[in-house]
Design a protein around this ligand. Structure first.
Ligand code: ADP
Length: 513
């Protein structure tokens, strides 16, 4: 008999109590895919993850391989069962959260993608978005989708594939192609092609979905020349999305929760009431404020989106997307200034201040609240005394400054002052950044017990649909907080730092190219 992975010591085994049921959450991110097993007390009892490759075929172009995304997702689903000893017969339901906006187009017959996934960070379609603005389409797009025309959202990426991949336009017109965001791609393949669907939160990021009527919008489809037949069915985030095929999981658990990663994280933080706000510090930073039934039209560079779509009720959200946050730290690693991301906290803390050095990580333009595709990254305030620690500190600070700008914009739009900010994501484990953030904002920054709030949110959506948790009150009662960073430090120093940052942003926005 062959040795098992357990015998080889490659996986640990936690003995699952007999008869217990768990929820499995699939978190298909940008830098990695994860699978987690969650118990009824909202605890992650096991998880597995794999890194994902990203390709940069030309300046500003960003792609991923849809087959790698799928294969890695299935691999971690298997690995987490091995690790935990909790197998598919103990899984009550599966929830999916995913990187949003990334566009995949595949052949209806063969199931093969016709092009790589065009990732959310990809800027190749900026000219298409610019043309929409020049043609005066901004208002209609804004009023229907809550979004501002930008290459970031899926619509221009789909159009690019149809216009640039050989034979794609004809195939689309003949009904031979299917489009999906990453959730749809996974659902379709995990259910063996039985379910072709997305949820309202993911649909709201395509720039083709009317967030008021909850339908694909024919005017927008016509504007972008995208056939309606290549779009998936849209559903509430908590409800049935089909069974995982028995080839992948023996007992074919149901998929009953789906949401875009940022919305899943909003749900995972239990930001169920208007005014509640979370910020995720990952590759980028994504701040969402629940605005309840009010779909607020931002006057300060934010977008409106579907925040929570559960039990037949939509809660809208104001969202600010910052393109480069943790990726700035990754970039410092590439330059050889850091060995790992975690050490950035101690290095930043080794200095009393930034020494007047600011780093604006406009590595592919600036997102909210500036939306300036032409801005370019810069480091300013260099002197002979500038060293590695100063640059690392400036990079860490830049995450907090960018989040400060978005949060202030949100407060202005919503007409509220936030009492606190809930945080998650890998870089939220950086104590320096979190304390600096609290000092800048002057409000407590609250870390949840797990940094995997996105996975938790997907699990909550799935569990609610099958009665694993009775209701949202139960989820709130089980919520475990880790650490609160109280604002400290001198307000005048914070104001000086903010002024220095804004001066640097102004310079980044006027770099001559
Ligand atoms: P994703 O955006 O794929 O969901 P994560 O939430 O894991 O990813 O965030 C990964 C990013 O966060 C990477 O770019 C990494 O450089 C950065 N990062 C990870 N840990 C830290 C840390 N302790 N401090 C600062 N940045 C970090």
């Amino acid at each position: 008999m062959a040795l098992s992975l357990l015998d080889l010591g490659l996986v640990e085994r936690l003995d699952a109590p007999q008869g217990c049921k768990y929820i499995m959450a699939l978190d298909c991110g940008t830098t990695s895919v994860r699978a987690a097993i969650i118990d009824e007390y909202n605890c992650i009892v096991a998880q597995a993850s794999r890194p994902l490759k990203t390709f940069y075929p030309k300046s500003g172009w960003v792609e991923q391989d849809p087959m790698e995304i799928l294969a890695s997702q299935i691999a971690v689903m298997m690995e987490v069962q091995f690790k935990s000893g909790i197998h598919s017969d103990s899984i009550a339901a599966i929830g999916i959260s995913n990187q949003r906006e990334t566009a995949i187009v595949w052949d209806r017959d063969s199931g093969q993608p016709i092009y790589n996934a065009i990732a959310w960070q990809c800027r190749r379609t900026a000219p298409i978005a610019d043309a929409l603005v020049a043609e005066g389409c901004s208002d209609i797009i804004r009023s229907k989708t809550g979004l501002i025309p930008d290459a970031y959202f899926s619509a221009t990426k789909i159009k690019w594939i149809l216009d640039n991949v050989d034979g794609a336009r004809d195939a689309a017109d003949a009904g031979e192609l299917m489009f999906g965001t990453v959730d749809t791609w996974l659902i379709y393949n995990l259910t063996g092609g039985a379910v072709y669907a997305t949820d309202y939160t993911n649909a709201s990021r395509t720039m083709l979905f009317n967030i008021h009527t909850l339908e694909w919008d024919d005017d927008l489809l016509e504007m972008l020349d995208i056939p309606r037949g290549m779009l998936p069915e849209t559903r509430w985030s908590s409800g049935e999305f089909g069974r995982v095929s028995s080839e992948i999981m023996t007992h074919s658990p149901l998929i009953t929760g789906v949401a875009g990663d940022q919305q899943a994280s909003l749900f995972g933080h239990c930001c169920f009431d208007p005014g509640m706000t979370k910020n995720t510090y990952g590759t980028g930073c994504f701040m969402l404020m629940n605005t309840g039934s009010r779909c607020i039209k931002s006057g300060h560079g934010l977008v409106s989106t579907i925040g929570i779509a559960v039990n037949g009720v939509v809660s809208y959200a104001l969202e600010g997307s910052i393109f480069h946050a943790g990726s700035t730290i990754h970039w410092l690693k590439k330059l050889g200034l850091l060995e790992n991301a975690a050490e950035s906290s101690d290095i930043a803390l080794s200095r009393p201040d930034n020494g007047g050095c600011y780093l604006v990580p406009a590595l592919s333009g600036l997102g909210a609240p500036w939306w300036d595709a032409d801005a370019r990254g810069l480091v300013c305030g260099l002197t002979g005394a500038t060293d590695r620690s100063m640059l690392v500190r400036a990079a860490c600070e830049s995450m907090a400054y960018q989040s400060y700008d978005v949060l202030r914009a949100m407060e202005l739009d919503a007409g509220v002052e936030l009492p606190s900010l809930a945080v998650d994501g890998s870089a939220s484990r950086n104590d320096f950044i979190m304390q600096f953030q609290a000092d800048l904002l002057g409000i407590p920054v609250v870390q949840s017990e797990t940094k995997e709030t996105t996975a938790l949110g997907a699990a909550f959506l799935a569990g609610l649909a099958v009665g694993y948790w009775e209701d949202m009150d139960e989820l709130e009662q089980n919520r475990v907080l880790a650490k609160t960073f109280e604002p400290a430090g001198n307000r005048a120093v914070a104001e000086r730092d903010i002024a220095g940052w804004h001066d640097a942003v102004g310079r980044a926005r006027s770099v001559v190219q």
